[in-house]
Design a protein around this ligand. Structure first.
Ligand code: F6P
Length: 375
């Protein structure tokens, strides 16, 4: 057994699930146990399990045979320790999280998550907890890493969906607007739109002009193309929406563990989706029947691609090494085809959006794809 600075490691998965989480858990836990003799404890349902001390002992049996499984064997939630809904109150439970880590003698907490998880982990690090994070999200919007696991699988799923939409759109000579996840970033719509050969790709980073899109579709018909596929990111904005969008307010801190804010009601008013709005407007402007497909959580489900399994395995194995060497408070990022630690301070609180000169955008424009801003 090799020597290790970490004797006991805690692992949690937080935020939206995605394919590749189990492959990463396996890749951390196997070397941690077998090479370095660490004890590995999993917290259930993300930071909520940490606060509520709900744990599971991860042994070889638990982490075997899971590389190809979607979801997460630990479960997940969008809860944050410093703002946790407890009954009908929202309470700062950070101290409870720290107490549980101490009572379990955990030397380092490994958090697998997206942008929110990086922020939550940094808050714990600033209070003296040793943390290591891994970047997971289908949105691919985590700062400091070229790619996050889950993104490649979601791209493949959305690409296959666009392929399938092509055959039905062609048969009916329709416009089909396909809504793709990605939160406020356009990576997933852009990559799957390109791979699926979408005619129009609309992403939040390039506000669209509906008149431009309508004109482009009319021109396609003049060329004899009687169908059109539009890949729209769920966060896409028209130029009018973009002009009216306000910066989000900074998060309000809750100081004390005992008193909290009343919880927000857990429902939201359903508004017309961006895809439905665009389909309705284009049907009217172009005079062609339009349909909407919202891919939704299908994009986060099922088995990871080979690429994501390898990415998760390499990031996870690097994490085990960092645990052994006591290299803490870093995110294990992917840069220049290598797993590389990057300071959590440089990552947390930032978002990686698609730059306007991204090579994918340039390539899409060169092959004649309309990005919604110009013909
Ligand atoms: O962050 C991943 C993601 O799938 C986003 O693309 C999407 O906006 C969001 O999560 C959906 O969240 P939930 O699963 O909580 O509805």
């Amino acid at each position: 057994m090799k020597s290790s600075k970490t004797k006991c490691v805690g692992i949690l998965t937080a935020g939206g699930d995605c394919p590749g989480l189990n492959a990463a858990i396996r890749a951390i836990a196997k070397p941690a146990m077998h090479e370095y003799g660490m004890r590995v404890i999993g917290f259930l349902e993300g930071f909520r399990g940490l606060v509520e001390n709900r744990t599971i002992h991860l042994d070889d049996k638990m982490v075997s045979g899971i590389i190809n499984d979607g979801g997460t064997i630990l479960g997940t939630s969008r809860d944050k320790p410093h703002k946790m809904q407890m009954g009908n109150k929202v309470i700062n439970m950070t101290q409870a999280a720290i107490d549980n880590l101490n009572n379990l003698h955990i030397d380092c907490l490994v958090c697998l998550g997206g942008g929110g998880t990086q922020k939550n982990a940094l808050k714990l690090a600033n209070l003296g907890v040793n943390v290591i994070t891994l970047p997971k999200t289908i949105d691919n919007d985590i700062w400091g890493t070229e790619i996050s696991f889950g993104y490649d699988t979601a791209t493949s799923i959305a690409t296959e969906a666009i392929d399938r939409l092509h055959t039905t759109a062609t048969s009916h000579h329709r416009i089909i607007v396909c809504e793709i996840m990605g939160h406020n970033a356009g990576w997933l719509a852009l990559s799957s739109g390109i791979a699926g050969g979408a005619d129009v790709i609309l992403i939040p980073e390039i506000p669209y002009d509906l008149n431009v899109v309508a004109e482009y579709l009319k021109e396609r018909r003049r060329w004899g193309k009687r169908f059109s596929i539009i890949a729209v990111a769920e966060g896409a904005l028209s130029i009018e929406d973009a002009a009216n969008t306000k910066e989000p307010e900074p998060e309000k801190e809750i100081e004390e563990p005992t008193e909290g804010l009343d919880a927000e009601p857990a429902y939201q008013l359903v508004q017309e989706s961006i895809a439905s709005r665009i389909a309705r407007q284009l049907q009217e402007a172009v005079g062609v029947e339009a349909r909407v497909t919202t891919l939704g959580h299908v994009q986060r489900g099922g088995n990871p691609t080979a690429f994501d399994r390898i990415l998760s395995t390499r990031l996870g194995a690097r994490t085990a090494l960092m645990l052994a060497e006591g290299e803490f408070n870093k995110m294990v990022s992917w840069k220049n085809a290598h797993a590389q630690p990057v300071d959590l301070n440089e990552v947390a609180g930032k978002k990686k959006l698609v730059p306007p000169d991204d090579p994918m955008i340039r390539a899409a424009r060169m092959i004649g794809t309309c990005m919604g801003d110009r013909l």
